[in-house]
Design a protein. Structure first.
Length: 448
């Protein structure tokens, strides 16, 4: 990996390149001539608008709109960041901000919820994956960019924002008035599911996620030796790429974790496990669903390919692309899709997602459906102009075999909340049953 680059949010690479300081060459003379021709047409259109539009126009604002339109036409994740938007992105990478706690995207020119972040104001208010945000306060979201929406949704802790939601099956819009709160830095929570079986939930990937995860595992081990672990990545929209790599590195001793491949040579990167850390040999079941995206899919795909974990749940979101943030001279930035990422076996999950080893549809309460049954969830392939999957690259490493343990733990007390969760969450309950089965199958012949 190039040490001068820094991996950041949503599989982003932020590079210190100012507009105009790097040469971008065309492969053919014909391409250059065609570009100049089209730029001349653009210049003529701008001139006509400046002279003939019914009102005076703000030329800078008009040009920014043209740039936004150009990038939006490429794919759902490329965009132009005005200086304020770029600052918002930098705030996000610190892992804490004041807002309502949702991951959003644009689908059919409408702001759409990918996933609410667990235990945030939006989650508690009942916002669900697939909800379409038609208005924020009195402003229509039609043609509103994601970053414009983020600015409207964020605000001081305790202040309220009203959003108008349309949900599949509803005939009318419904308004949700939500009090903003600080979206927590800590993204890891853990508890004991049953004697000797642990549960860890990662809600998103922040700077301290891998450290917090390791601490949580060690705390579970202090309660008693683990026979198995459920790692819950459902409705986890992603976050820092390097955080997801570090999470995988906790469970692998060697081998590729994820690789990226783009048109430019410096976009072809490989991230590998380093080993040398504490060895955890208990079996793992990872829970995913259609709200598991980006960095979540990197973790699930890597541990699945290396046969270090069994994946259970439903198909993941399918965001397998890398966005590079290129800072501009005026403080703005370009968020440009520059590569696809691949699992250790060389598989691109772009617009397809991670396929579970054990398919377990969720009950409505978990996936955000209603009493009429689970609703259809938004995934990458549903987004307009989504990037195609691309060709798979040849696998460069063989998957390692998981070593399952049959360790014995001390007796622990299971709280009523955990018991109730197991009763109502069929995916979690199935994961626990699978772990028990793996534990039985992994016992040495002498114990049989």
């Amino acid at each position: 990996m190039n040490p001068t680059k820094k991996i950041l949010t949503f599989a982003l690479i932020i590079i210190p390149v100012l507009f105009g300081s790097q040469q971008y060459a065309f492969s053919k003379t014909d391409d250059l001539q065609e570009t100049y021709k089209n730029l001349e047409i653009f210049s003529n259109v701008l001139s006509i608008v400046q002279q003939s539009y019914v009102d005076d126009i703000d030329t800078k604002e008009t040009l920014e709109g043209a740039i936004k339109g150009m990038l939006t036409s490429l794919d759902p994740h490329s965009s132009y960041l005005k200086p304020d938007d770029f600052k918002e992105l930098q705030v996000e990478t610190k892992g804490s901000f004041s807002g309502i706690g949702i991951e959003i995207t644009i689908k059919d020119n409408t702001l759409t919820v990918v996933s609410p972040i667990e235990d945030t104001p939006a989650f508690k208010a009942g916002i669900q994956a697939g909800d379409r945000i038609i208005k924020i306060e009195d402003d229509s979201t039609k043609d509103m960019s994601v970053f414009e929406a983020v600015k409207k949704l964020r605000g001081p802790k305790g202040s309220e924002v009203t959003i108008s939601i349309h949900r599949e099956g509803w005939t009318d819009l419904q308004e949700f008035t939500i009090a903003r709160d600080v979206i927590p830095i800590h993204s890891v929570r853990s508890n004991i599911l049953e004697q000797s079986y642990g549960y860890i939930r990662i809600t998103n990937f922040q700077r301290n996620t891998s450290k917090d995860l390791k601490n949580s595992i060690d705390e579970l081990l202090e309660e008693g030796m683990l026979k198995g672990l459920v790692l819950d990545l459902r409705n986890n929209p992603g976050g820092l790429l390097d955080a997801s790599v570090k999470v995988v590195d906790i469970f692998l001793d060697e081998g590729i974790i994820v690789s990226t491949k783009g048109r430019l040579k410096d976009q072809n990167l490989e991230f590998s496990a380093h080993g040398g850390s504490q060895h955890y040999d208990f079996p793992i079941v990872i829970l995913i669903n259609s709200g598991s995206a980006s960095a979540s899919e990197i973790v699930a795909g890597a541990l699945q390919d290396h046969k270090r974990a069994l994946i259970l749940g439903t198909q993941s979101f399918g965001k397998g692309s890398v966005q590079t943030i290129i800072p501009m001279a005026d403080g703005a930035g370009l968020r440009l899709t520059t590569a696809r990422y691949y699992t250790p076996s060389g598989t691109s999950i772009q617009a397809t997602g991670i396929t579970p080893d054990v398919l377990v549809p969720a009950v409505a309460a978990i996936e955000g459906g209603n009493d009429k049954g689970p609703m259809k969830f938004l995934r990458e392939k549903d987004l307009k102009h989504h990037l195609e999957n691309g060709d798979n690259i040849k696998p460069k490493s063989k998957a390692q075999t998981i070593e399952k343990s049959g360790l014995i733990s001390d007796k622990v007390t299971i709280d009523e909340k955990t018991k109730e969760k197991l009763k109502n969450d069929n995916q979690l309950n199935t994961a626990l049953l699978v772990l028990k089965s793996l534990n039985v199958l992994s016992k040495p012949d002498a114990d049989k």
